[in-house]
Design a protein around this ligand. Structure first.
Ligand code: 4AD
Ligand code: MG
Length: 463
């Protein structure tokens, strides 16, 4: 008999009532007595389970009553509408075929496990309710992101994973080499490692941002974006940093900082509204068990107007706050986590912080007329902190060269990036959206390790 997915049973129940159907899936829960029992089956197609009722008319009743958690089964039976029950329907089994009886030591039993413990069984945790919700939302959000950019005429660009270009600081990029680390490394005359006989004939890295490469496509396609993995070697053991994360990097020609913020706001609202629309069961679950008030927060976001303040004004607010800081806020400094938290709570929603001191930001950002700040903008949200970082780009060749010089960035390897300022330069802007930070915001999960299938963080590369 044709197997029907549980999602289809929920969406089109009426079609199947009183009919004989088959489902296949895994045992999520089982209760049984001498003569009958109930199995909750999840088949992966839908967040919710379907209840299977069985009794001792089954040939294998004894075996079915002793099914262990996560055993795989195929159930055939009549699909029955249930009035006044917790679940809207159930299957009265005529046959339960046991495909694989799970070992009884299945590491995720039906009790509350901590997220820390579940990270140690990352190969099994997608089967839990929480991670089922998180990872389906991850998939739906990824699709919504492509949908947003594609429907607005952006071209998707695959930027390289292996690179020699320094975008966000070479100190934070993983080095890539085929040199034999067991042997003494070849040295140049000045005592540095000699990469001339390495595979690429020079020192290479794994990308820490696709921005510079995607910028080259902007003058060809006007609006472009990347969506791919990013690696950074920073030794930051926090709830919001991973060494491998995914980033969306749009780049828009003829677009200034104000227009960029409009796009960022529109994009975030689109993604959130699509997740609300397409994952109602998952969002309800997260609202109930992960972050109370999540659904209201997300719904409110879709119709709110994000606050836009200068970095200078953000520091003013922090300085006026009647509280002690671990890190004293300062006009020339970055915002610490506690500052981000205060500002987003102060405004009770997402806040754009713009026009940052140039010394603490990247070389490619547009120098403002004051000569002290750059046209950069970070979007801060409660919980996840900075989810987007972007800027108008310095489009003037001479100014860009000055900025590079001041930050010790070599021109030669980036001649091609400078060429963009020679051939058809224009006011253009772009941003990077941290996909995991976005997911933390949407699901309410507090640790980045719990929104990425196999997290890579300092001292952790399990699986
Ligand atoms: O602010 P970042 O470093 O900006 C860039 O990489 C620019 N090249 C983007 C651009 O303008 N095209 O990173 C962008 C975003 C951050 O706002 C944050 O959400 C996320 O990437 N991010 C991280 N997410 C997880 N773990 C880390 N270690 C992250 N570092 C940055
Ligand atoms: Mg940033």
């Amino acid at each position: 008999m044709e197997v029907i997915e549980v999602k289809e049973l929920y969406k089109n129940s009426d079609k199947y009532f009183d009919k004989e159907i088959s489902i296949s899936g895994w045992v999520k829960n089982l209760r049984s007595s001498n003569a009958f029992g109930f199995i909750e089956v999840n088949d992966g197609s839908f967040f919710k389970t379907v209840q299977v009722v069985f009794d001792d008319k089954l040939d294998n009743f004894d075996k079915v009553s002793k099914l262990t958690l996560s055993s795989s089964i195929v159930v055939t039976g009549t699909f029955i509408k249930t009035e006044n029950a917790k679940q809207p329907f159930e299957i009265h089994a005529t046959n339960v075929e046991i495909i694989n009886l799970s070992d009884s030591d299945y590491p995720i039993q039906n009790k509350r496990h901590t997220f820390e413990y579940l990270r140690t069984v990352a190969h099994l945790r997608p089967r839990t309710n929480t991670f089922s919700a998180v990872f389906r939302i991850r998939s739906v959000a990824a699709f919504a992101i492509h949908e947003y950019f594609q429907s607005h005429g952006y071209v998707y660009v695959n930027t390289p994973i292996i690179t020699c270009a320094d975008c966000e600081g070479s100190a934070e990029m993983f080095k890539l080499t085929t040199l034999n680390l067991e042997e003494d490394l070849p040295k140049t005359e000045d005592g540095k490692t000699d990469f001339s006989n390495d595979l690429f004939g020079k020192e290479a890295y794994i990308t820490g941002s696709g921005q510079l490469h995607v910028e080259t496509f902007a003058p060809a396609f006007r609006k472009v974006y990347t969506f791919g993995p990013t690696l950074r070697s920073e030794d930051s053991n926090t709830k919001t940093h991973a060494n491998e994360f995914w980033m969306i990097e749009p780049e828009i020609s003829f677009c200034d900082l104000d227009e960029l913020m409009d796009i960022e706001e529109d994009c975030l609202k689109y993604i959130v509204s699509k997740v609300l629309e397409r994952c109602p069961e998952e969002i309800d679950f997260c609202d109930q068990f992960i972050e109370k008030g999540l659904k209201e927060k997300l719904t409110k976001l879709t119709t709110s107007t994000f606050v836009r303040i200068d970095h200078h004004d953000a520091i003013d607010i922090l300085k006026k706050a009647d509280r002690k800081w671990e890190f004293e806020p300062d006009y020339g400094e970055d915002l610490a986590k506690e500052h981000e938290k205060y500002i987003t709570e102060y405004y009770n929603g997402p806040v754009f912080v713009k026009n940052w001191p140039k010394d603490i930001k990247s070389y490619y950002m547009k120098l403002n007329p004051d000569g002290k700040t750059v046209a950069a903008v970070d979007l801060e949200v409660p919980g996840a902190g900075e989810i987007m970082g972007g800027s108008q780009r310095e489009e003037n060749l001479e100014v860009l060269k000055e900025l590079m010089k001041a930050k010790g960035i070599q021109e030669d390897p980036l001649y091609w990036y400078l060429d963009l300022r020679r051939y058809g330069s224009n006011v253009h802007s772009g941003f990077g959206l941290g996909f995991e930070r976005l997911l933390m915001y949407i699901t309410g999960m507090e640790n980045i390790r719990d929104v990425i299938p196999f997290p890579r963080t300092p001292n952790n590369c399990d699986f």
